[in-house]
Design a protein around this ligand. Sequence first.
Ligand SMILES: C[S@@+](CC[C@H](N)C(=O)[O-])C[C@H]1O[C@@H](n2cnc3c(N)ncnc32)[C@H](O)[C@@H]1O
Length: 801
Amino acid sequence: MFDAYFIATRMAAPNATAERFKDAVRTMTNIGFRKEIVVRVLKKLLTLYDDNWEHIEADNYTALADALCDIDDSDPKQEGHKKRTEKKNLDWDHCNKKLRIKEISQKPKPSIHGSSKREPGEVPRPQKAEAIEGKIIGTQLKKQGSQIVMKEPKKESSFADTTTIGESSSASVLKSQEYHTFETPLAVMCPSVLEPSCHNGYEDAPLISGVQRIDKKLKGVLVAREGQMANACNSQAIVRSNDFPTIFEVPLSSSAQAKLSFSFNSSIANGPDFHMPDIESICKAMEARCLTTYKILEPNFSFMKLLDDTCQCVFELGSGSNEAGGRSIVKIFPKPSLQSNQNMPHSNIMRLGGNASFSGYLQSNSSNMQVVQNQLSTNVKRQYHDVNDITKGEERVSIPIVNEVEDGVLPPPFHYIPHNITLQEAYINLSLARIGDENCCSDCFGDCLAEPLPCACATETGGEFAYTRDGLLKEQFLDTCISMRQEPLKHPHFYCKICPMERMKMEVNSEKPDDCKGHPIQKFIKECWRKCGCSRNCGNRVVQRGITRNLQVFLTREKKGWGLRPAEKLPQGAFVCEYVGEILTNTELYERNNRLTGKEKHTYPVLLNADWGTDLVLKDEEALCLDGTLYGNVARFINHRCFDANIIDVPVEIETPDHHYYHIAFFTTREVDAFEELTWDYGIDFDDVNHPVKAFKCRCGSQFCRGKSRSSSKYLKVAVIVHLTVSSDSTKKKGQYKQLTMLLAACSAANIVHWLQLLEQYFVSQPAAAAAAAAAASRTCCRILESGCQSLFPKENTLSI
Ligand SMILES: C[S@@+](CC[C@H](N)C(=O)[O-])C[C@H]1O[C@@H](n2cnc3c(N)ncnc32)[C@H](O)[C@@H]1O
């Protein structure tokens, strides 16, 4: 392990003798040998080796270290010896560690066991070391047949002096007094005090991979050592007492320099019934625990990666090097489960990601763990998804993952949930007591839609149910929802006294809050629920029954990442799915997105803002949104399309009569063909740099696309901003400005004339759509632009209507 220890320092070894001398001294003093002793021993060695530096530097100064240990331990009269052995001394620890390491190392190198045999070309060792046959200097290590017994030179605990190392093992036994040191990367962290009773049980046990004593169940033991990591990780060390396995070692992770494993005493845990869980299950359980207990929210979080990093830290801290990062670290990844492999089309090499965010890959072979030489990527993931059903049985239908574009690529990992869950701060009151008679139909029975008169639950939707008997959204209801989205100026908005979106910016970034930009007054669906007398199959319960259509998550060809599509033709007004995610407060969302960077910001959260217009100032825990990034359902895969998307989000009241918390459900805006991508207009303003979520280059393909080229809309936006700033700063105007810029952003062509033409075309193609709305919107734009902003336009874009 000295080899590993010295990797960093050896990289830049100079040639000049003086430099080499200094280097050798520095290296030895760095690990705790006294300088004057190092100088003296080094001089002697140089004489012995005829100034052949190669011998001295070989194997990272092994000969020199050996010689120093020899002096240190075999000659009690040596200067400084007493002082060093009174307390725990560095030389002693290092010497022992070196011995352990050399025990497990399988590299041919000058023998430290004092073997009389020498390999051809082996460097002659200093006289003293060579003379001690069968004894490791500094410890009383004897070879006894095939076993090595190491004795402590000084007994510091009540345990027996000897511990036995198994024949096949490449490991050595560690001494209790050595467990406390962390000063080298070779450190072994062990339980500090072992109960005397524990020791007897393990004393004669064959030890396979180097951890020999555990004081309490599940106490972690970190073993760092070099060499043969693949073997170490393939083995599961079991130390046996009389009748059943007593100690288990779970090899977890390793780099070339360090290995991490857990050991625990099964006799203390569960006795003979105990069985070893597989590494995959341990990782999964730990990831779940990390997410819930420690709030580790990164979608990329992997327990295995954490362990790999730990190994690397041990090495770096111990060697005082930061060189180890990424270059030639050997990673050990768990093998994907058999079931997962069977599910994979075409290939057993899986890349996780697809949205260009993840580049790690897994490879399978016959062993449990496989060593993969790390090349560029360190971001490696296990397989999370069942390609036959991304919901893992959480929905009534299976939703497969289909990839016809790039073999073996899967969506990024996330937790599939069929219902919303709160993250932490969000406050939701779901108590039945809040549902009054007017909010439910307790007198109903069976199917409310089959009754001649609508029940109380239809009051919310103007005395008529929003659904047809076929479970589709009624056309009129749908048209109003679409119009609200496409022609916002036609519909009333409310303006918050203090907008939670603005307040959150102030709280998080200490920015001055802007006035509320306005929120549309939304049209809700109200479904029957638990306090109602109707049955679970009532026709006014659509969204709460969950997904019933055949859907697929698929990789898009337009480089939008993953998308969602139906595997069957969908009629207009069909319920597709709900947007499910974590219920966050806006502050939680803002903080989360400020923490994430670049490609990690890959979802678009949905605001639950219908209730924000109350006169009261909303508490932060009441201003909510949904985020499907880490926990979500298939809706997290629905891509955006500007203006003419084929599904629309509609708010749905189910459990609570207020609109503080509610559901977001997607319905088709028109008939959708089987395998046609389902798209939704996120309502995104591609020019809003202040939005907590990063905008993207839009590839929706719509002729009304407002995100593919934003240069002209920028001019328009500037013009409108200037105009509004000059003319009025009233809240209402600002709200209008927001809507207007969204409309203007649709002008991806060269000028506003083109935009008006496009708008006209659209309304012509949809006679039902109000031409008046187009005209009104155009007139508003024209008035604003005519009132003095033309100067901001390049000449060719000057308005000429
Ligand atoms: C809610 S996710 C949709 C699922 C996403 N495609 C995936 O693979 O996870 C939103 C992200 O998808 C991508 N996206 C959605 N619509 C897009 C579009 N029209 N053009 C380009 N990228 C789009 C963007 O990266 C966006 O941040």
